[in-house]
Design a protein around this ligand. Structure first.
Ligand code: HEC
Length: 144
């Protein structure tokens, strides 16, 4: 009798823990597929490039008005997919490294690139998932 109620008590505790875990990982972590370009930028880029895409003197360049951001898609997509680090495909110019984002989906990358090309006063055409897929297929990417 005693053992059974102890087991029942344990089951209740476990159920509560599982329900709490499910609640935590649910709404607080939406998948990339449900997020807009602006929200994806906030998730992956904002910490370094800030809300306004401005430069940090001696640390990183501005995305606002950047020729790389508003120019042809391929170099921009390569940059963000491969990141910047010593020995990587994109040569480093600043003391800090930029992470590689090849782990994101073509769709998420297209959303982010479209966002940075049409925000911060930039006016470059949208990027499609197919464009990202083509750059990815061209190879050379290691998630870093
Ligand atoms: C940990 C900080 C960090 C994060 C996060 C980050 N970057 Fe960067 N980014 C850098 C640094 C540092 C550079 C300059 C690297 C260099 O040239 O040596 C840079 C440069 C760039 C450039 C080149 C701009 C130019 O005109 O030269 C682009 C484009 C860019 N980042 C886009 C992004 C995007 C899009 C994201 C999010 C998916 C992102 N970055 C996330 C640190 C970061």
């Amino acid at each position: 009798m005693r053992t059974r109620s102890a087991a029942a008590g344990l089951a209740t505790v476990l159920a509560t823990v599982l329900a709490t875990l499910a609640a935590c990982s649910g709404p607080s972590a939406p998948s990339d597929a449900t997020l807009s370009g602006a929200a994806l930028y906030a998730r992956y880029c904002l910490a370094c490039h800030q809300a306004d895409g401005s430069a940090r003197e001696g640390l990183r360049p501005a995305l606002a008005g950047s020729a790389l951001v508003t120019g042809p898609v391929e170099p921009l997509a390569r940059w963000v997919m491969y990141g910047v680090r010593d020995g990587g495909p994109v040569p480093r110019r600043y003391p800090a490294v930029m992470p590689a984002y090849a782990g994101l989906s073509d769709e998420a990358l297209a959303q982010i690139l479209t966002h940075v090309r049409s925000y911060f006063g930039n006016h470059a055409p949208a990027v499609r998932a197919e464009d990202v897929a083509r750059v990815r297929a061209a190879g050379g990417a290691h998630a870093g």
